[in-house]
Design a protein around this ligand. Structure first.
Ligand code: NAP
Length: 259
């Protein structure tokens, strides 16, 4: 089995890469920080990894990584669209160019990579696309304007693709992580004023999420929402949107409220 993981150098992507290596798969590791990718590859048996240090923020250029991965490790069985960045800041002062770059990496690149991977998967009648969206796409978080848009878009695209591909034997797993320990999650937490709510948010472990994703791919389940309490965002969207709206603390540095 050949698994391609974007954003494999840290956090959730690193955990997914390690999980698949432990299951005996061949893994293509893609991200910008080559040293981190090589450290993961060094711990794997020879010939089972391929390291590609690439910036994926240009969606038109991104599909070239798939051709390189196939040339190195053979046909792609699982494409995991995981690479992403986050902006947590007052919307009125967010640099729109930074927002546009986020949309390219977090939304356009996964869609382009998926489109590029599909013809070969459809031809073989097998393969899985895994999209790492976010609970922020289901219950959008105040202070994450562009990120909410990107993750809601990716989640919707991913959910709709599943039915389209069913007749061809190609599967889609849509993943909605709530807070999961990583550099991104720690940085986001820092951006909000301290509050009992944020300090007590149930927070997951990347290794557990990675295991759940690999299991979902194997048993062809449609989606993963982790930690489990965030499944409420799917089943009770109105309630959880109201709660998220009401309980998210103020951003540090936000303009003072009026009145
Ligand atoms: N942790 C959470 O609480 C949480 C919750 C919901 C969703 N997610 C999603 O999970 C995914 C992984 O996030 P994480 O929490 O594991 O954060 P992370 O540790 O910061 O990982 C982000 C990954 O994306 C890669 N990346 C960033 N910019 C890139 C670029 N221009 N080109 C190629 N790769 C790039 C990074 O590698 P390099 O810097 O080496 O390029 C890194 O491997 C993201 O899509 C995130 O939105 C996370």
């Amino acid at each position: 089995m050949h698994v391609v993981v974007t954003g494999a150098s840290s956090g959730i992507g690193e955990a997914i890469a390690r999980e698949y290596l432990s299951r005996g798969a061949a893994v293509t590791l893609i991200a910008r920080r080559r040293q981190l990718l090589e450290a993961i590859a060094a711990a794997a048996p020879a010939g089972r990894t391929y390291v590609l240090d690439r910036d994926l923020s240009d969606p038109a250029a991104a599909p070239a990584v798939l051709a390189a991965a196939e040339a190195a490790l053979g046909p792609i069985d699982v494409l995991i669209n995981n690479a992403g960045v986050q902006i947590v800041a007052p919307t009125s002062t967010t640099d729109p160019e930074a927002g546009a770059r986020l949309l390219l990496l977090d939304l356009h690149t996964p869609l382009r990579l998926t489109q590029a991977a599909l013809p070969a998967m459809i031809e073989r009648g097998a393969g899985t696309i895994v999209d790492i969206a976010s609970v922020a796409g289901l219950a959008p978080t105040p202070g994450m304007y562009y990120y909410n848009a990107a993750k809601a878009g990716l989640g919707a695209a991913s959910e709709g693709l599943r039915g389209e591909l069913r007749p061809y034997g190609v599967h889609v797993v849509t993943v909605y992580p709530g807070p999961v320990e990583s550099a991104m999650e720690a940085a986001a937490r820092e951006r909000y004023e301290s509050s009992g709510t944020v300090d007590r948010l149930p927070t997951g472990k990347p290794a557990i999420l990675a295991r759940m994703i690999a299991d979902a791919v194997e048993s062809r389940r449609p989606r993963v929402i982790y930690p489990w309490v965030y499944r409420l965002t799917r089943h009770f969207p109105n309630l959880t949107r109201w709660l998220t709206d009401a309980m998210t603390p103020r951003l540090r540095g936000a303009p003072p409220p009026r009145g």
